[in-house]
Design a protein around this ligand. Structure first.
Ligand code: ATP
Length: 481
């Protein structure tokens, strides 16, 4: 059992980063985005309804779009103070002591979120707790509105017992709460915990006079009420694309190009023999991963530039060529090496070194521009149920990879994405599982100029390419971006 003294001591502690779920950078870092009214997204729902999953899913998107977002998870506060191994009785509404302790922890978590939004440049706080009674929501709303913070409630409702059971098995058994407990006992305990919350559960009603989104049965139904504002509209289209079906996203840069060898930015160069060999190896890898296992080939997305399209030439399916997947446009610096840029335009070189994210090549693009043009592609990627192979360029793959693994914009320009490596990302509850497959085309294999996979499995392949957007190649490459 928890003593009030423990709780009292804990709630007076300053904000601790261990309670916060975020990969955000330091609090005192100035946000570079345009000013906006602070927004609090208040999660609502019984346990195992995907609240934490949805909260992190939203945080990942908003941080990538440059909105400093954090998840404040009451469960983490509880585990920190009272320890992870509280029995279901702790959550029993008739247990006065447990109830009081949970209430105070919830308030401490809310206080921390308000402090972060008000004083530490936070833009969107996500309050991840059950908040499943009218009384609790009224309190939270009044506290937030008193601080001029806009409030959006987001309720996840799920009546499908098999989904809930799957959620408990997938996520709850791995929680510190159930370490060293046999799975059967753990599931029973968690079901009792849910039952305790069900006693008092109240879904959001219109008479509460709040803005809300309800996601019912994994998004089969979505209800919107009194939503206003740009960001809320964006969130709705993002959430409408959310699903939890199993699949993987494969990311890779094109094979080595002539400009990679010369260390030049931009242009539309061809693959080198080594790059072509990578195209063969990539086709073999995809064959092994899909066809050989009786699975359908993944969707293939490339940019409209030759080195990217030609990297998938041996995979026997059509590819979609997105203009939005073209490399960052280096403008004035197209075709130059970084050394040329340093000599010819020292100021440009310096500016880029100082702030790679916001630096825009004269007549070209910045990383922020690239992220913005990628947003519709990311929404489409989220919507689709199939596995996808994306073959693109350094800056673009960094941005997509950053999106998938939940990086903030600032981190994207420095992510490690070498040539000739496939990054396989498999979405799981709360995040992505990552594997890196190094294909490394070896010099000794280059004597036979590659034209098709050595196993000849794709010798009859005539790849079809579908263009999205204009096909004019106005963007450029640069392995230095
Ligand atoms: P708790 O209140 O105990 O923290 P929770 O509501 O936060 O529980 P999660 O821990 O997020 O629940 O549950 C994660 C599981 O929920 C994952 O298996 C995920 O696939 C699943 N999930 C994701 N979205 C939904 C949804 N809209 N409805 C039901 N389950 C979902």
């Amino acid at each position: 059992a928890v003593s009030y003294n423990d709780v009292a001591a804990f709630v007076s502690m300053p904000l601790s980063s261990s309670h916060i779920e975020s990969n955000s950078s330091d609090d005192d870092e100035e946000s570079k985005s345009f000013p906006m009214k602070k927004l609090a997204i208040v999660m609502v729902g019984l346990p195992a309804r995907g609240k934490t999953h949805i909260a992190r899913y939203i945080a990942r998107y908003l941080n990538w779009l440059g909105r400093t977002t954090r998840v404040f998870n009451v469960g983490n506060y509880r585990r920190e103070l009272v320890g992870a191994s509280q029995p279901a009785q702790f959550f029993d509404p008739n247990n006065q002591e447990g109830r009081q302790a949970r209430w105070e922890l919830a308030i401490k978590c809310l206080d921390d979120m308000i402090a972060w939004l008000k004083h530490q440049h936070g833009q969107v706080g996500i309050y991840d707790a059950t908040n499943n009674t009218k009384e609790r929501r009224k309190y939270v709303k009044e506290r937030l509105e008193a601080e001029c913070i806009r409030v959006l409630f987001l309720e996840s409702i799920c009546e499908d017992k098999s989904i809930i059971e799957h959620n408990v098995m997938e996520t709850k058994l791995r929680m510190p709460d159930y370490q060293n407990m046999d799975p059967e006992t753990a599931v029973e305990d968690f079901q009792r915990r849910i039952a305790n919350y069900e006693v008092a559960n109240e879904t959001i009603e219109d008479d509460e006079m709040v803005s809300y989104i309800k996601i019912i049965n994994l998004g089969r139904t979505i209800v919107l009420h009194q939503l206003t504002g740009y960001l809320q509209g964006k969130l709705v289209s993002y959430l409408m694309n959310m699903h939890t079906l199993p699949r993987s996203i494969y990311l890779t840069r094109h094979g080595e190009s002539e400009y990679n060898v010369e260390e030049r930015l931009g242009g539309d160069p061809e693959l080198t023999p080594k790059g072509q060999l990578y195209a063969v190896q990539l086709a073999q890898y995809i064959h092994k991963e899909f066809t050989a296992q009786g699975k359908e080939l993944p969707l293939i997305w490339t940019s409209q530039l030759r080195r990217s399209r030609h990297t998938v030439q041996f995979i026997p399916t059509h590819n979609i060529c997105w203009r939005a997947l073209n490399e960052i446009n280096a403008g004035l610096c197209e075709g130059k090496t970084l050394n040329d840029v340093k000599q010819l335009y020292p100021k440009i070189y310096e500016d880029r070194m100082k702030d790679k994210l916001h630096f825009r090549y004269p007549g070209g693009e910045s990383y922020v521009d690239v992220i913005q043009r990628l947003e519709p592609v990311m929404l489409e990627m989220e919507r689709l149920r199939e596995s996808i192979l994306i073959v693109s360029h350094n800056a673009v793959i960094r941005a997509i990879y950053g999106f998938l693994i939940g990086k903030r914009q600032e981190e994207c320009p420095n992510l490690e994405v070498p040539l000739h490596v496939v990054i396989k990302l498999t979405p799981r509850a709360y995040g992505c599982e990552e594997a890196r497959i190094e294909l490394n085309p070896h010099e000794e294999l280059l004597s036979d100029s590659p034209s098709a996979p050595s196993s000849n499995v794709y010798s009859d392949a005539i790849p079809k390419q579908v263009y999205f957007g204009s096909s004019e190649n106005s963007f450029s490459d640069g392995n230095k971006n």
